[in-house]
Write a new protein. Structure first.
Length: 119
C-alpha cells in the first residue's frame, strides 16, 4: 500500500515546489493537492492520506480551521502546518491540535523534516 500526502496551499507555486521537493526525496509517495480547505475536505471524502501538509493563510478556511475539521473525522492522520506565519499563538494552537509546525520557506531540509512525520 502506498503512502499518500495531501498538500493544501492556495498558492499553486508553493504546491508545485513542495511536490517537487517531496518527489526528489521520496519518489514512492503519492501526492494529492488542494487549493483551499473546502477542496481538501472534498479530497478527504474519497482518500485517506497518511499526512496532510497545510498552509495557514488561505481564503475561506485557515490551515488550523481545516486541521480542526480533519481531527473531527480522521483523528489519527498526521498533520503538518507549513507556513510563513510564525506567530506564537498559531504555534500554540497547532500544538494543542497535535499539528506539527514547520516554517516556510519551502526547502529540502524543511520538507525532509515534514516527511520525518511518516517514520
Amino acid at each position: 500500500m502506498s503512502t499518500t500526502i495531501l498538500l493544501v496551499d492556495d498558492s499553486r507555486a508553493s504546491r508545485m515546489l513542495c511536490s517537487s521537493v517531496i518527489k526528489s526525496l521520496r519518489s514512492d509517495l503519492v501526492i494529492l493537492e488542494a487549493g483551499d480547505g473546502e477542496a481538501a475536505l472534498a479530497v478527504l471524502e474519497t482518500h485517506t492520506p497518511d499526512l496532510a501538509v497545510l498552509d495557514m493563510n488561505m481564503p475561506g478556511m485557515s490551515g488550523l480551521e481545516l486541521a480542526e475539521r480533519i481531527r473531527g473525522t480522521q483523528p489519527d492522520m498526521k498533520l503538518a502546518l507549513l507556513t510563513a506565519n510564525v506567530q506564537e499563538a498559531i504555534q500554540r494552537r497547532a500544538a494543542a491540535l497535535g499539528v506539527r509546525f514547520f516554517r516556510k520557506p519551502i526547502s529540502e531540509t524543511v520538507i525532509a523534516d515534514v516527511l520525518g512525520l511518516l517514520d
